[in-house]
Write a protein that binds this ligand. Structure first.
Ligand SMILES: Cc1cc2nc3c(=O)[nH]c(=O)nc-3n(C[C@H](O)[C@H](O)[C@H](O)COP(=O)(O)OP(=O)(O)OC[C@H]3O[C@@H](n4cnc5c(N)ncnc54)[C@H](O)[C@@H]3O)c2cc1C
Length: 288
């Protein structure tokens, strides 16, 4: 339960941070809130020789609007997301999701950047980011680039990020005013990772679905964007028969592990149940 020894670095700019990651090579890891990385180090599942602490990089913090997008600095904590008036107004699913992550102690230090870059299929924010069609800003030794959340996740703990890159911000196009949303998460106890969870954002027009997006958490090696299920719902009034078809389409793309959270078939079914609940709640909120 004691991590291996490491050298500690505390850069004050993005340039310095990526410079350190580039020069120290694959033995170096960025650390943000440390609430995923430190437990891994204690279990010796990770033993970086160098930790590059991003906490001293002021440019990585905060939430702002940029045209029709909302941009969230990577070091913004889950607690900050809950407290943000801008997010509460424009993208309330982030507040709802953050409140379902761990407990206040973790949320005070756990960051959005760490949550999305970690690559753990159990993290809640990645599926929400896929649902919202977010884009991650990355910086590395060869400059800056943007990667959509929908193409970022490649496998468990495997992402499109290069070893010398960090996520600097998350850019989210604000969903239409009056959209409905919900994040439904089944967990064994307060503070647990999801057995299965579903994120829904839906826009209704004349009682019919004009736009819909769905993300699923912890029911495959990566978070899932349930594109086919959303297509089935588009144009419908979210009636019971269409929801049933969409739920079946979402269940069909899952491939969860059988583990302490239950057998694979159960977790697939729970993904469907979470989706049906999220759709009902999003529908009730749409236009409100
Ligand atoms: C008891 C407990 C319960 C938890 N329950 C949940 C839960 O239900 N749902 C959930 O989503 N999470 C949960 N977490 C995890 C928590 O939300 C973490 O804080 C979060 O996943 C990682 O954020 P962090 O800032 O702590 O990142 P760190 O632990 O510092 O880093 C995690 C990984 O991301 C990398 N990294 C960090 N920041 C960046 C960056 N800006 N760019 C590139 N790479 C980066 C690190 O190198 C590391 O590999 C739980 C944690 C604990 C301890």
């Amino acid at each position: 339960m004691i991590p291996g020894s490491f050298a500690y670095h505390r850069p004050t700019s993005v340039k310095e941070a990526v410079g350190l990651l580039g020069s120290l090579g694959e033995d170096a890891r960025a650390i943000a809130g440390g609430h995923s990385l430190i437990p891994m180090m204690k279990l010796r599942l990770a033993s970086p020789a160098h930790l590059i602490d991003l906490a001293g990089v002021a440019d990585l913090k905060g939430v702002c609007e940029d045209g029709k997008d909302v941009v969230i600095g990577a070091m913004t904590t889950q607690h900050d997301l809950i407290a943000s008036e801008l997010l509460g107004k424009k993208i309330p699913i982030l507040r709802e999701t953050s409140l379902l992550i761990a407990d206040p102690q973790v949320r005070y230090v756990g960051t959005i950047g760490g949550n999305v870059a970690n690559g753990d299929p159990g993290n809640d924010m990645p599926a929400v980011m896929m649902c919202l069609d977010a884009t991650y800003h990355a910086a590395g030794k060869s400059g800056e680039r943007r990667i959509t959340a929908r193409e970022f996740y490649r496998g468990a703990y495997l992402t499109a990020l290069k070893p010398d890159e960090i996520v600097t911000a998350v850019r989210i196009p604000a969903p239409a005013a009056g959209h409905g949303y919900a994040y439904e998460k089944l967990k064994r106890k307060v503070g647990d990772y999801a057995t299965a969870a579903a994120a829904v954002v839906v826009t209704l027009s004349g009682g019919k679905v004009a736009a819909c997006s769905i993300g699923l958490t912890n029911v495959a090696d990566t978070p899932l964007w349930a594109e086919e299920a959303a297509k089935i719902l588009t144009g419908s009034a979210l009636d019971a028969a269409t929801v049933k078809k969409a739920v079946a389409a979402a269940e069909a793309i899952t491939s969860p592990a059988s583990d302490g959270r239950g057998p694979a078939a159960y977790r697939t079914k729970m993904a469907g149940v979470m989706l049906a609940r999220a759709l009902a709640r999003a529908k009730a909120r749409a236009g409100a």
